[in-house]
Design a protein around this ligand. Structure first.
Ligand code: 5RP
Length: 246
């Protein structure tokens, strides 16, 4: 268990401006790991946007890297910023991936997918030598599922049957909608947001969910994060997998 983790849990939650500042802090720390010649996985979300913008400045200043985006949204931003991009199929090893998260627990396990990019994010994290997660302090939780729904990407075909099967695992599921229309992922699928409450065995649940036909992937990221950089009002904190005491 981390010595400092629980002290973070009791910090008062910051207002929006402070929260943006904490995200930026974490993002700007993460990009310091980037070196010339690296292939960088570019995550998705508002925290990662700070990192991508900073990488854009670094590229403008002469840094030579290539990026692999985890979503069409990140791809658009990286293209605007003239960050050279390649496809995962053309380069299957990634040096560092920088991504955000919706929840981080004391074992550095995550819930991701608030932005709906969880499948590409998980593929890219899996093929990365190092995965750095950047969050503000509000994302640190006592248990996964306490604050966020667990997003599950499912095929459009049979989605309500898939939702029923997911509910059989002990959650209530909701088809994600934007302005009354079903949210469509970059892979042209749906998202079911699942409320499991506090998840006690995330490793088992990740597998059980993925065993349901029609499920493409779920937002539990178990053992994938190597380092979590937490922006907080008190400054920054880095949590590393190697420091976890079981
Ligand atoms: C997208 C994600 C995001 O990384 C996660 O939702 C965090 O987003 P933000 O930095 O905007 O809070 O998993 O699928």
């Amino acid at each position: 268990m981390y010595k400092f983790l629980y002290s973070l849990l009791y910090y008062p939650v910051g207002g929006p401006v402070e929260q943006e500042e904490m995200k930026k802090q974490a993002a700007e720390k993460a990009v310091q790991y980037i070196e010339d010649g690296m292939v960088i996985g570019l995550g998705t979300g508002s925290t990662v946007e700070f990192a991508v913008k900073k990488i854009g400045e670094m590229v403008k200043g002469g840094l030579k890297i290539t990026g692999i985006p985890t979503s069409l949204k990140t791809k658009r931003l990286a293209t605007e910023l003239k960050i050279p991009l390649i496809d995962l199929d053309d380069h299957t090893t990634i040096d560092i991936t920088i991504d955000g998260a919706d929840e981080v627990d004391s074992n550095l396990n995550l819930i991701k997918g608030g932005g709906g990019a969880l499948t590409r994010e998980k593929i890219i994290a899996f093929h990365s030598k190092k995965v750095i997660i950047i969050v503000d302090e509000t994302k640190i939780v006592k248990g996964l599922g306490c604050d966020s729904f667990l997003p599950v990407e499912v095929t459009k075909f049979g989605w309500s049957a898939t939702k029923k099967a997911l509910e059989g695992l002990g959650c209530t599921g909701e088809l994600r909608k934007i302005m009354d229309e079903a949210f469509i992922t970059d892979n042209q699928n749906y998202i079911i947001d699942c409320d499991f409450g506090k998840i006690t065995d995330a490793e088992a649940l990740e597998k059980e969910i993925n065993n349901i036909p029609g499920v493409l992937e779920n937002g539990l990221f178990i053992g994938l994060a190597d380092e979590v950089i937490v922006g907080s009002k008190q400054g920054m904190m880095t949590l590393e997998r190697q420091d976890i005491v079981q």
